[in-house]
Design a protein. Structure first.
Length: 141
């Protein structure tokens, strides 16, 4: 599990570990079925797998996606947002989650970057002393 920084990093790690535990519990239920899943005469497999397990996994995916979006509401810098995006990209294994991270979460990082660029542009455009440089941190290009 990657390290999540910030004041809420441990909260995100705890939430993700709880999701992992929940998935393992659902998986164990499938493993503990008291019939042979390869016996085609037993039709309970379809119900146990399709209606129960797959729905539970989908629910976990939705909660996971919600956690991803919640984390971006609490990041304050682009560097932190990129680190968060990298962490979720490492954790994403299922196609739906990978697509969510690549689309929605990456869009959040891009929006933060675009807002910062717009802020810098506004500072330059509205600076009243045209022959002086606007006040900028030395770390900005």
């Amino acid at each position: 599990m990657p390290k999540f920084g910030g004041t809420r990093g441990s909260e995100w790690t705890t939430s993700l570990n709880e999701l992992k535990t929940e998935f393992e519990r659902y998986l164990q239920k499938i493993k503990d079925l008291n019939y042979d899943i390869l016996d085609f005469k037993i039709t309970k497999w379809g119900d146990d797998y399709t209606q129960n397990f797959k729905e539970q996994v989908k629910s976990i995916e939705n909660i996971y996606n919600t956690i991803i979006m919640m984390t971006f509401k609490y990041v304050s810098t682009i560097e932190d947002a990129v680190e968060m995006l990298e962490n979720f990209h490492v954790l994403a294994k299922r196609t739906n989650v990978i697509n969510f991270v690549n689309d929605k979460a990456a869009a959040e990082v891009y929006n933060m970057f675009e807002a910062e660029i717009k802020e810098v542009e506004d500072i330059f455009d509205n600076f009243t002393h045209k022959n002086k440089r606007p006040p900028m941190p030395f770390s900005h290009p």
